[in-house]
Design a protein around this ligand. Structure first.
Ligand code: BGC
Ligand code: CA
Length: 268
């Protein structure tokens, strides 16, 4: 064993030792003169072969990827065709939608017109039927000797009856007892100079006078002191009575018999 005097000597010695051991390892990797490979050479060869294999695999992978991802021949052309077809179909669809919208609007307009004409036809039919009926009525009541005055036909009886029987007769003739709505009508009755039942009564409620069509009395032509249910009697029915006076009406009992005047209103 060597004895060292200082640190620099120790360092020199260690370097010498390293060189020596390196030489030993290197001598172990060399091929012997008879061709036998020492273990260090094998390792290098393995690394080189692996590297070559890896390169080969890389090339194969690149080729495969290129083949897999690149489109088959002719695909571009057919893609272009499909795109054109799609655009054409889109434009046809657009045109179809527009023409469909126009047709729908036209259909709705025609429907509106049809319904308008249907309702026009309906009201014209109703009007025509009404005019036909009126024409028939005019012919009928004229032929029966009724008098036409201010939109109505009038019939004056030639016999006397109670108020109710008189009314029944008017109804049988397609009319009712006369309703007086105006001064003209009131004047018309006075010309006949007869006591005649008219269609006014308070038989439902005492003192509440109503016309035979259910309407209330608004314009009245009561004679002075009427209506009075004279001397405790029950006078529920009205006759044009005092023809010398503008106000000619009188209330009378149900048992009284009078002439009567029927009215067929032609304006209804
Ligand atoms: C009266 C009337 C009454 C009639 C009955 C007349 O004298 O003035 O009010 O209705 O008699 O007949
Ligand atoms: Ca009276």
């Amino acid at each position: 064993m060597a004895v060292y005097e200082n640190a620099s000597e120790i360092t020199v010695e260690m370097m010498n030792l390293s060189d020596a051991s390196a030489r030993t390892v290197a001598s172990k990797s060399h091929t012997d003169e008879d061709g036998t490979t020492v273990p260090g050479g094998k390792l290098l060869r393995c690394v080189a072969v692996s590297f070559c294999l890896l390169c080969f695999l890389q090339v194969a992978l690149n080729i495969s990827l290129r083949l897999a991802l690149s489109p088959p021949p002719g695909i571009d052309a057919s893609f272009k065709n499909l795109t054109e077809e799609r655009d054409e179909l889109r434009s046809i669809n657009l045109r179809t939608e527009e023409s469909c919208k126009t047709l729908t609007e036209e259909r709705d307009e025609l429907k509106r017109k049809l319904s308008y004409f249907a309702s026009q036809q309906n009201s014209l039919t109703t009007e025509r039927d009404g005019l036909k009926r009126k024409l028939n009525d005019f012919a009928h009541y004229s032929n029966q000797g009724w008098v036409y005055f201010s939109g109505s036909f009038y019939y004056i009886s030639s016999i006397k009856e109670t108020w109710q029987d008189s009314r029944d007769d008017c109804v049988r003739r397609g009319a009712d007892l006369m309703i007086i709505n105006s001064e003209e009508e009131q004047e018309f009755t006075r010309k006949y100079r007869q006591i005649m039942w008219i269609g006014l009564t308070d038989r439902e409620t005492e003192g509440v006078w109503k016309w035979v069509d259910g309407t209330s009395l608004t314009t009245s032509f009561w004679h002075s002191g009427e209506p009075n249910s004279y001397e405790g009697t029950n006078e529920d029915y009205v006759a044009v009575n005092y023809h010398d006076y503008k106000n000619s009406w009188n209330d009378l009992e149900c048992i009284i018999k009078n002439f009567w005047i029927c009215e067929k209103n032609m304006t209804l």
